[in-house]
Structure formats: C-alpha cells, structure tokens
Ligand binder design. Structure first.
Ligand code: SAH
Ligand code: AVI
Length: 311
C-alpha cells in the first residue's frame, strides 16, 4: 500500500529515484537528527558560511535597518536562525518576526523570543506555500545561509519569480549567497575531517528507511561531495559501492543501483555577482545592495521587486 502521510514528498522521492541520475529530495535531510547534525555543521572549522554571513550581517545590519525600516521580518528556511538575531537587534520598527520553515523540528529549535516582538512561526514549503505569508507594511523577507543554492536553477528562478510577485512597494528581500571560490576550500567545507557532513547526508537514507520501510544499506554506499565546475555547484550525495537493489515498500519501488552509480542528495550552488544580478533581473528583482565579508567569501544582497515588465 502506498503510504500517503506526505504524498508530494513521496511522489517527488519516487520520481527522483527513477530519474537519471538518481536523486533523493533534500527534504529528507531535515528530520530531528538532521537538524541536530546541521547545527553541528554550522560549528565546523571547515564550514565557513555562517561565520562569513555573520560578519556581513553584523557590519551591515544598521544599514539594512535604515534602508528597509522593516515592521515584519520573515525568515524563510531559518532553521536555527542565529544570524537573524543581528537584524532583530537593530530593526527598531520591527513588530513581528515570522520564521517560516518546512521542518517543524527546525522551527522548534529556533523558538527564539524577542522582547516586544510578536513571533508567529509558519510551517510551510517556501516553494509552494508563500501565499501563507502575512500581509502588512514594510516586510523584509530573508533567505539566509545560502539556502537558495540548494535549489537547481529552474527551481531557483521559479522561487525568485514568486518572491518578486509577492513583494509589494516598501517590501524587500534579503538573500545570503555563498560565492565561487578556491575548489579546495569548497570541497573541504563538505568533506569535514570530523565526518559530520557525511553523517548529515547519510541521515537522509536513514530517514527514508524509517518512514518508508526502505532497505538502504549504508555500507553499500560511499559518501561523495565534489565540485562541479560546469554548473558551479557542490554535488553532494552517495555512490553505490556495488551493484544491488534497494526495496522501498512505502513507495512500492525496487530501485536498482549499478556499481559506482551516484545518488544525489543535494546540490549547493555557489554564486558570482554579475550572473546572480542577471538571474534576479530576469525574475523581476533589482539589486539594491551587495555586501561581502572582507575575504569575499560570502555575499548578502538586498533586492526589491522591479515592476517595469508588468503591464
Ligand atoms: N538559514 C539557516 C538554516 C539553513 S538549513 C542557516 O543559515 O543556518 C536549511 C533550512 O531550510 C532548514 O531549516 C530546512 O528545513 C529549510 N528548508 C529547506 N527547504 C525548504 C522549503 N522548501 N521550504 C521551507 N523551508 C525549507
Ligand atoms: C542549508 N544549506 C545552505 C547547506 C549548504 O551548505 O548547502 C546545507 C549543507 N549541506 C551540507 N552541509 C551543509
């Protein structure tokens, strides 16, 4: 019997496992254990992203506050939401904070309270449920940590387009973007010496086993995270050590793996300013500001909807 607790996720999972190359939706990464492992990743010496983003936000938060005078701060995919604190601290006109995440576990772990600010969490998928965003004046919608890089280009373009349509005059979008850099540093960030990233990615298999009764055997897969220079993204997942089949009773699937066949679990795209600006423009968003850390590792960008193309 096909399990129907999360029909869209199960459909996407079945589709991904039938595709070439095979792919597991990255939603499987963020269960309770995954959320804990992600927290651990953010503290790894090799995983520079959160610290670089914090450096930019700490330096630029007053300017962001001045430019946006936000009354509502929405954080999409906030997870632990530590870096949002830099904004909340300086946004003097802030009345409401809306953490919006598909993972209830991640939302719970970010159940911050801020004096004088109403916190109104939403469990939702930012690729599907943006209608649930609260209205109001001067909303700042943040998508930090380079989470947008986990979407393939077509999905990214769709999300940027939806966000552009959701933004009203006076609203703004704040994105955190990890930048293209030295390959050795990029690969080290996803192949940490303590093996936490590997455990995080392998946990997606454990989650599918637990929820769908699948028979993924960790021993039969090797972890792999490598730079794809053509797409400029990290390709992160597992590779079958030997030919074998994996039964997934919850999806009524039997998935054959050839020896050496990859199973992608996520991509993590890295950005360049000109190309991103072009991508944003095509989606109906104009760059107001682009700030980076001193080492030029990470960018935080403030965008607004451009209405020129509308009739
Ligand atoms: N922004 C945080 C957390 C990043 S982890 C940081 O920088 O540390 C990525 C987060 O995005 C997780 O909490 C995950 O649950 C959430 N997420 C991923 N895809 C999502 C989607 N489609 N809709 C809503 N949240 C999503
Ligand atoms: C959430 N996201 C931006 C992380 C990243 O770097 O792409 C997820 C992650 N995967 C492995 N390590 C961290």
């Amino acid at each position: 019997m096909l399990s129907a607790a999360r029909p869209d996720l199960y459909e996407a999972t079945a589709q991904g496992l039938r595709a070439e190359p095979k792919e597991l939706p990255s939603f499987w990464l963020y269960d309770l254990r995954g959320s804990e492992l992600y927290e651990e990743i953010t503290r790894l010496p090799e995983y520079y992203l959160p610290r670089r983003e914090a450096e930019v936000l700490e330096a630029r938060a007053p300017e962001i506050a001045k430019r946006t005078r936000a009354e509502t701060l929405v954080e999409l995919g906030g997870g632990g939401a530590k870096n949002t604190g830099f904004l909340v601290d300086v946004l003097e006109s802030l009345e409401r904070f809306v953490p919006f995440d598909v993972s209830e576990q991640m939302l719970r772990s970010s159940a911050n309270t801020y004096p004088g600010i109403s916190v109104e969490p939403i469990v939702g998928d930012f690729e599907r449920d943006l209608d649930a965003l609260p209205g109001g004046k001067r909303r700042l919608i943040a998508l930090l940590g380079s989470t947008i890089g986990n979407l393939a280009p077509a999905r990214r373009a769709r999300l940027l387009g939806t966000l552009a349509s959701a933004l009203e005059a006076g609203d703004a979008l704040l994105l955190g973007l990890d930048l293209v850099k030295d390959v050795a540093r990029l690969e080290a960030a996803y192949n940490d010496s303590a093996g936490v990233t590997e455990a995080f990615v392998r946990n997606a298999l454990a989650a599918v086993n637990g929820e769908l009764g699948a028979g993924f055997d960790q021993e039969r897969f090797a972890y792999e995270a490598r730079w794809d220079p053509q797409h400029e993204w990290m390709d992160i997942g597992l590779r079958a050590r030997e030919a074998h089949n994996v039964a997934i009773p919850g999806l009524e699937l039997d998935v054959p793996f050839a020896e050496g066949e990859p199973l992608r679990v996520e991509i993590s795209a890295k950005f360049r300013k000109e190309r991103f600006e072009e991508e944003a423009r095509a989606a109906g968003l104009g760059l107001d500001s682009w700030w980076t850390d001193r080492a030029d590792d990470f960018a935080v960008t403030l965008l607004q909807a451009t209405r020129e193309e509308q009739p």
